[in-house]
Design a binder for this molecule. Structure first.
Ligand SMILES: Nc1nc(=O)c2c([nH]1)NC[C@@H]1CN(c3ccc(C(=O)N[C@@H](CCC(=O)O)C(=O)O)cc3)C=[N+]21
Length: 285
């Protein structure tokens, strides 16, 4: 069984970007810039935003964290985004999700300029991905999973892949990227019948449901590839959607939580921000 080491792979990606960026920065005269907006006090969001800013520091990017009160109006949040859209030192903008219920997430995400949408959530970027055009920004978690398959030479052609979870930021875009790589994809949600039977047939399982230990050893076949996107907190401890201890005895490849998909999500965000910075530079040439 091989553990897919997302931490090590993300570090490798960040080192490459740091080197390329330090060269470019001298020529361009400014650093790549990422702006992160966080609304309210969600503790998990605080951790993820902290990790994103740490990664920016790691690669030498400029970053801004805009912390807003959870009672901010949608209109005022939109004007914060507008300021960042017009800020020429900012190449990437993200608004950490989830947002308070009174704010329409889709409206907010689509207010970010598509060329600064380093989350890859803007309908323009999703629309491109729908037709197999990956020239825009790919959503960070699904892109990070694809990067892991490539790094570990896990071929997806014709493989039966089961995606558990159909969220806009993971399950749905993950399915598109898998289809683009000729996998046979089945997606499940909390209403799916006979999940165990479906799991039994899967060559690859991508668990992004938000249920601790949803995927058990008895559910999966020998040699299965398991990608655990789960980020659950049980008694304050982070765990995934997979019973890692038991499932790792049957899996050929498996990602740990923490240290798997999480760090890859961050690395893809940095990669998208650097891509935007490069696109900006090439446009001004
Ligand atoms: N606009 C937006 N973009 C996102 O990309 C986005 C979001 N909102 N909302 C929430 C999800 C979740 N997410 C994670 C990022 C890093 C870790 C991460 O660093 N995980 C570490 C552990 C971190 C910890 O200590 O809890 C690991 O798995 O090793 C996890 C999850 C990004 N998301």
């Amino acid at each position: 069984m091989t553990i897919i080491d997302g931490k090590a792979l993300s570090e490798k990606i960040l080192i490459e970007i740091e080197q390329e960026h330090s060269e470019l920065e001298k020529k361009v005269g400014r650093k790549a810039g990422l702006a992160v907006i966080i609304v309210g006090e969600n503790s998990a969001s605080q951790i993820y935003v902290r990790n994103k800013i740490k990664a920016c520091e790691r690669v030498g990017f400029y970053s801004e964290t805009i912390r807003l009160d959870e009672n901010i109006t949608e209109e005022n949040l939109l004007s914060e985004i507008k300021k960042l859209n017009n800020n020429s030192n900012i190449d990437g903008i993200l608004v950490q999700l989830p947002l308070p219920k009174h704010i329409d997430e889709l409206n907010i995400v689509n207010a970010i300029l598509a060329e600064k949408d380093v989350d890859g959530f803007h309908t323009t970027n999703i629309g491109k991905m729908m037709i197999g055009d990956e020239s825009g920004f790919l959503p960070c978690t699904p892109a990070g999973v694809i990067q892991m398959f490539e790094e570990y030479n896990i071929d997806l052609k014709g493989k039966d892949v089961l995606v558990i979870g159909q969220s806009n930021i993971v399950g749905k875009p993950m399915t598109l990227l898998l289809m683009q790589r000729h996998a046979t994809v089945q997606t499940c949600n909390s209403k799916t019948k006979n999940l165990s039977e479906k799991l039994q047939k899967a060559d690859v399982v991508i668990a992004a449901a938000g249920y601790p230990k949803l995927v058990k050893a008895s559910d999966v076949k020998e040699g299965v590839v398991v990608i655990d996107v789960g980020i659950n907190r049980v008694d304050g401890k982070l765990c995934g959607d997979v019973d890692f201890e038991e499932v790792s005895k049957k899996a050929s490849f498996i990602t740990p939580v923490p240290g798997g998909v999480g760090p890859m999500t961050i690395a893809m965000l940095i990669k998208n921000t650097f891509k935007s910075y490069n696109q900006k530079i090439n446009k001004t040439k």
